[in-house]
Design a binder for this molecule. Structure first.
Ligand SMILES: *Cc1c(COP(=O)(O)O)cnc(C)c1O
Length: 382
């Protein structure tokens, strides 16, 4: 079975991990710091905090923005559940914004209308989580313009989008948002096994997130609330978590980050080849429409199909041909945990759900493999 995505591990990656295993520190050593620095350089952000996974980074993002009980947080309707769960961990109400079915990204029109309606009802959200689905950047400037009007914080869930650009700047620069979050799960643009990061240009957000990622413990004597009892002294000032990344993972992440450009180039090349092959074939599937103000990292190659088969049948038929396509994603509001709250069914998200499929795409994918996928698609749609 050809999976929809997989990691690419080099000899250098292996050696970087072995080096940490032979060193003094398996966690909280120099590799995490080096990884964080490399992330800020790559993404042109002021701060980066490496943590144990993308979900933890999202949770810390909500905590650092002081989202709590009775706050409202809006989330793009098509994403992995973690995008919404982070706000729920803080006790906030979650609501969903519809997407544009041609690219799966938050619909600026839907957001605008929903904000006007919420403003009328006097229940505006404290934060908005936008999702750079498949590696394409959302239209951040338009989103920021809308959010500034109502003083709403913006979190970019860029778990798919490391390596992508928006208006010629790297995703993660946080030019039009408060925080950007990445994941380093093996299917994502680079991997550290499990891992994630929170990027921001705001000193106070960075400081808060860093303390909360380490139990809420403060070691800087200038920030102590009571007088130090001695050299061993540290203070836990609020209820934090152990969301740290290990040095073993950071070494892998850092080594992978060095090859990010190569990975991204390869993904883009393969995506172009797919697009050209599909455009010149009679296969009734179309890639997502790419906005011209961004350049996708192509974490996923999502197509929308208009074959005689419904999505379930085409999915099954492709699997029968050995093609492990996936579906990213069922709208979050359809998961029982959320649907029992009676969220409205959003039509753009439903349209996307019933037509979108992710075809295999990963840096080590060969042209021969792509041809197999295309042949299988042609056979299934015939
Ligand atoms: C993978 C992913 C996450 C969660 O990241 P983990 O590292 O698996 O915790 C969150 N949001 C999106 C959009 C993702 O794809």
């Amino acid at each position: 079975m050809i999976g929809y995505g997989r990691q690419s591990i080099s000899q250098e990656d292996i050696e970087a991990v072995v080096e940490v295993l032979n060193s003094d520190f398996l966690t909280q050593g120099p590799a995490v710091e080096a990884f964080e620095l490399a992330l800020t350089e790559k993404c042109q952000s002021k701060h980066a905090l490496a943590v144990c996974n993308g979900t933890a980074a999202l949770h810390l993002a909500c905590l650092a923005l002081e989202i709590g009980k009775d706050d409202h947080v809006w989330v793009s309707a098509i994403s992995f559940v973690a995008s919404a769960n982070a706000a729920r961990y803080c006790g906030a109400y979650v609501d969903f914004v519809d997407i544009s079915p041609e690219n799966g990204l938050i619909s600026i029109e839907a957001l605008k209308e929903k904000l006007a309606e919420a403003d009328k009802n006097g229940i505006l959200p404290k934060a908005l989580v936008v999702v750079h689905l498949a590696g394409q950047s959302c239209d951040m400037q338009a989103i920021q313009t809308l959010c500034l009007k109502y003083d709403i914080k913006i979190i970019e869930d860029a778990c798919h989008a490391l390596g992508g650009t928006y208006k010629n700047a790297p995703v993660g620069k946080c030019q039009f948002s408060d925080i950007t979050v990445f994941s380093f799960h093996p299917v994502k643009p680079i991997t550290s096994g499990e891992g994630g990061a929170l990027l921001t240009n705001d000193d106070s957000i960075a400081h808060k997130a860093r303390i909360l990622a380490n139990h809420g413990i403060v070691r800087d004597c200038d920030s102590f609330q009571t007088q130090s009892h001695g050299p061993w002294y540290y203070e836990m000032q609020e209820l934090g978590f152990n969301y740290r990344l290990t040095d073993i993972q950071a070494a892998l992440g850092l080594s992978q980050l060095k090859r990010l450009d190569m990975f991204t180039d390869r993904r883009r090349l393969l995506a172009n080849m797919y697009s050209e092959a599909l455009a010149t074939s009679s296969i009734p599937v179309k890639p997502l429409t790419q906005a011209s103000n961004q350049c996708s990292a192509y974490h996923l190659f999502i197509v929308r199909q208009s074959s005689k088969l419904d999505n379930k049948s085409l999915f099954q038929s492709l699997h029968d041909h050995g093609i492990g396509c996936q579906l990213h994603y069922m709208p979050i509001f359809m998961h029982p945990y959320y649907s029992q709250e009676g969220y409205p069914v959003l039509s753009g998200a439903m349209d996307f759900y019933t037509t979108a499929l992710s075809l295999p795409l990963f840096p080590d994918m060969t042209e021969e493999t792509m041809q197999k996928v295309l042949n299988a698609l042609a056979a299934c749609c015939r």
